[in-house]
Design a protein around this ligand. Structure first.
Ligand code: ATP
Ligand code: MG
Length: 442
């Protein structure tokens, strides 16, 4: 017996008392069985959309999927009548929606066995052994995998998405069918690929997800720039690298502490410029990748456009890749550190530090580095200093009032001299000491 929240059991009862069948399906059942949190409740029923709309006056109806949505507190319950599907002509969408008579038929059109379990509050309907596969941690296609992936090629990447989110393996027949049908992913729009890919990046196991994409051949179509990196060696005399570039990128992603998908994306692609800039010296065997971040910036821009990222996400992705090669040297000047901050932008500093952390650990470095820690502290310290005269904690008004002077170039000169003192670390950028300083100029 699985415990349900009251709002959900009440909801099921409303259908039952009217003589309808209704079942919880999809991710909600999966999470109920796994004992995980549920933020999204999907239901299937033998009631038709008009009937469901009659029952709930605040519902709204989506014609394309036959789904009726009913707001419940801060959640939305989505109810779709039992459906059957066939006639996939374009590997994308069923030709038309037809209602089915039984829940078993509805479950039969679903993608993976762990997503094809239904629960009505009393009974679990599980015709494809989804519960067993949840226990065995396996992604298994419902029915014949080849047929299912040909019907809808988005399922190719969805399978890998669920494996990354749940930490599951993909059952061998399903896996080899993904490999066999990988090319069909090109029939799917980039928006839909992006949404699944971002779920992989945001999941518990993003690096495993990328390796699944690579091992099934999907990466060739989704991110060829990363795929080719697995053929680029970087082990060379006097260099710290232990992996090829592709493996390094995956390891960097694995160790990137940020949960932000764009930061994780940037970490995954930060070295893609290395494929084009690879050079090996014939005599010394030394491998170099001069200006790889410049090429990387160009490729990141292309990738952002292909994935139809928003302008904001694109800006972030490109900047993180473009500036990932920053120095953390303790002998650089404050001015150099400030230039770095200006280039990357204050809002992305934590993200580029996270990228760099993943980069280091993903090259086989130890997690702690005094130099890296010192640089982080310095970023904070340097930001406490004003960057511009307008960041000073005093302004022209203060200068004119204390020194009893009129507006004019003199005010600017005095502010500039205060600014220089602060930049040189001679006075703190705080109101009291600055006012005191102006006072002694009287
Ligand atoms: P989550 O919402 O946590 O991402 P979910 O399993 O609920 O996971 P959804 O994309 O919301 O995933 O889909 C709900 C259910 O609809 C799935 O569990 C699956 O049964 C079915 N489904 C969704 N997309 C497809 C598809 N392309 N082919 C077949 N069945 C699908
Ligand atoms: Mg869902």
């Amino acid at each position: 017996m699985i415990e349900l929240p009251k709002s959900v059991s009440d909801f099921l009862n409303e259908f039952h008392t009217k003589g309808f069948k209704i079942y919880i399906v999809g991710g909600a059942v999966r999470n109920l069985i796994l004992g995980e949190e549920i933020d999204n409740w999907d239901f299937t029923t033998n009631a038709r959309p008009e009937k469901i709309q009659d029952m709930f006056s605040d519902s709204f109806y989506n014609n394309d999927y036959g789904t009726v949505s009913i707001p419940k507190g801060n959640l939305i319950f989505e109810v779709t009548p039992f459906r059957k599907e066939d006639n996939y002509e374009d590997h994308r969408h069923p030709e038309k929606i037809e209602w089915a008579e039984t829940v078993e038929e509805d479950l039969g059109r679903r993608d993976f066995t762990i997503n094809a379990i239904a629960y009505d509050g009393k009974q679990v309907i599980d015709p494809f052994s989804g519960q067993k596969h949840l226990k065995d941690k396996l992604i298994v296609a419902v029915g014949d995998p080849d047929r299912r992936f040909r019907e809808d090629a988005l399922r190719l990447i969805r399978g890998i998405r669920f494996a990354s989110q749940l930490g599951f393996m993909i059952e061998e027949k399903t896996r080899s069918s993904i490999e066999k049908n990988a090319k069909l992913i090109t029939k799917i729009s980039w928006e839909r690929i992006r949404d699944e890919f971002f779920k992989i990046l945001s999941s518990q196991h993003p690096s495993e997800g990328v390796l699944f994409l690579r091992n099934t051949g999907l990466l060739t179509f989704i991110l060829p720039e990363v795929d080719i990196c697995f053929t680029i060696p970087q082990k060379s005399p006097k260099r710290h690298h232990i992996y090829d570039v592709g493996t390094h990128l995956v390891m960097a992603l694995k160790h990137c502490p940020s949960k932000d998908p764009i930061t994780r994306f940037a970490t995954l692609i930060h070295d893609v410029g290395k494929a084009k800039t690879f050079r090996r010296d014939d005599k010394t065997g030394l491998i170099t990748f001069y200006n790889h971040e410049v090429v990387g910036e160009k490729l990141a821009t292309q990738i952002a456009d292909r994935f139809k990222l928003s302008n904001k996400d694109k800006d972030k992705l490109v900047k993180l890749v473009q500036f990932h090669q920053f120095t953390v040297s303790e002998i650089q000047t404050d001015k150099a550190v400030r230039r770095f901050i200006r280039n990357v932008g204050k809002e992305y500093l934590d993200d580029i530090i996270d990228l760099r952390f993943g980069d280091r650990i993903g090259s086989g470095a130890k997690p702690d580095s005094w130099r890296f820690d010192l640089f982080r502290k310095r970023l904070i310290e340097v930001q406490k200093q004003p960057f511009q005269i307008k960041d000073l904690k005093v302004n022209g008004e203060d200068v004119m009032k204390i020194l009893k002077i009129k507006p004019g170039p003199k005010v600017g000169e005095i502010l500039k001299s205060i600014f220089d003192k602060v930049v040189d670390g001679k006075i703190k950028n705080e109101k009291e000491p600055l006012l005191h300083y102006i006072n002694i100029m009287k």
